[in-house]
Design a protein around this ligand. Structure first.
Ligand SMILES: NC(=O)c1ccc[n+]([C@@H]2O[C@H](COP(=O)([O-])OP(=O)(O)OC[C@H]3O[C@@H](n4cnc5c(N)ncnc54)[C@H](OP(=O)(O)O)[C@@H]3O)[C@@H](O)[C@H]2O)c1
Length: 250
C-alpha cells in the first residue's frame, strides 16, 4: 500500500508499506505494528516485497538457514518446491553447495526446477507412486535437511529418510489445512525422531522480523548476481483476490 496521508513521521506520505490490514483498497490506522515500510530494492520490482523480498522469501531464508543450517555437500529435501517459499529453499540450498531433492505438482514446475534452477532430483508428487521410495533412491545415504511445506503423507515420506542428527524445518502443512480433525490421523513418528536423534522445529517467519533487513540485503545481492531466480503470479483486479487465494489450494 502507498501512504496517502500521514501525521506519523515514521510513515511519511508517499512511502510504500506492506500492511496487514485485511483485503481493502484504503485503510486508516494508527497501529504501527500493522505496517512494514518497504526498504529500497534498487532497480528491482516493488512487487518483490510480497514475494522473494518479503514474507515468502524470508520464510525460505530463515527456515532453511537458521533451522536446518545446511552445510556444503549435505542433502536437502524440499516439497512444495515449485512455490514461492520452496523454490527459494531449493536455490539457497544449491548456493550453499547442497544436493537438492524437490517435489512439485505440475510438469511445468518440475521442468523449471530441473532445467533452470538445476535442482538435482525433481519429482512430480502427483505421478510418483511412492514418495518415500523416490527419496530413498535419490539419497541412499539419507537426507540431512528436510524443509516441509506440505505435511501429511509428504512429511512422513521425508521423515523416514532422515539421517541421524538430521534437521527438519516445519514450515507448512498445506496438504492438511482443509482436512477435518478426523481425517488427520497419525503418523506417530516418536520413535523415528528419537532413534535418529532428529531436530524437528516449527516456526513462524515473523519471529525473525528484527533480522529481515540484513536477509533482504543478501537476497537482493543474490538476485542481482543472477544466483536466485524468482517467478511471480500476478492476478489483476481487487475483485479477483478471492479466486487467487483459493487457487493456491488447487
Ligand atoms: N511458517 C511460516 O512462517 C510460513 C510462512 C509462509 C508460508 N508458509 C507455508 O509454507 C508453505 C508454502 O507457501 P508458499 O507461499 O510457497 O505457497 P505457494 O507455493 O504459493 O502455494 C502453495 C502450493 O502448495 C502446493 N500444494 C497445494 N496443495 C498441496 C498438496 N495437497 N500436496 C502437495 N502440495 C500442495 C501447490 O503447488 P503444486 O502445484 O506443487 O501442488 C500450491 O501451489 C505453505 O504451507 C504455507 O502455509 C509458512
Amino acid at each position: 500500500m502507498w501512504v496517502k496521508e500521514s501525521r506519523n513521521p515514521k510513515f511519511a506520505k508517499g512511502i510504500y508499506v506492506v500492511a496487514d490490514v485485511g483485503w481493502r483498497d484504503h485503510t486508516v490506522t494508527s497501529d504501527e505494528s500493522l505496517l512494514r515500510p518497504i526498504p529500497s530494492f534498487g532497480d528491482l520490482s516493488l512487487s518483490y516485497a510480497l514475494g522473494v523480498l518479503g514474507m515468502p522469501g524470508m520464510t525460505a531464508y530463515f527456515g532453511l538457514l537458521e533451522i536446518c543450517q545446511p552445510k556444503e555437500g549435505e542433502v536437502v529435501l524440499v516439497n512444495g518446491a515449485g512455490g514461492a517459499v520452496g523454490s527459494l529453499v531449493g536455490q539457497i540450498a544449491k548456493l550453499k553447495g547442497c544436493k537438492v531433492i524437490a517435489f512439485a505438482g505440475t510438469e511445468e514446475k518440475c521442468r523449471w526446477l530441473r532445467e533452470d534452477l538445476k535442482l538435482d532430483f525433481v519429482y512430480n508428487y502427483k505421478k510418483v507412486a511412492d514418495q518415500e521410495k523416490a527419496i530413498r533412491e535419490a539419497a541412499p545415504d539419507r537426507v540431512d535437511c528436510f524443509f516441509d511445506n506440505v505435511g501429511g503423507e509428504a512429511f512422513t515420506a521425508g521423515l523416514c529418510n532422515m539421517k541421524i542428527l538430521g534437521r527438519v524445518s516445519l514450515c507448512g502443512a498445506i496438504s492438511i489445512y482443509n482436512a477435518k480433525g478426523e481425517e488427520v490421523k497419525g503418523p506417530y513418528p516418536n520413535m523415528l525422531i528419537i532413534s535418529r536423534e532428529l531436530k524437528v522445529q516449527g516456526f513462524i517467519v515473523y519471529g525473525w522480523l528484527p533480522k529481515w533487513g540484513d536477509a533482504i540485503k543478501e537476497m537482493i545481492g543474490w538476485i542481482q548476481q543472477c544466483k536466485v531466480q524468482t517467478k511471480e503470479t500476478v492476478t489483476e483486479g481487487f475483485e479477483n483476490m478471492r479466486a487467487a487465494v483459493y487457487g493456491l489450494f488447487r
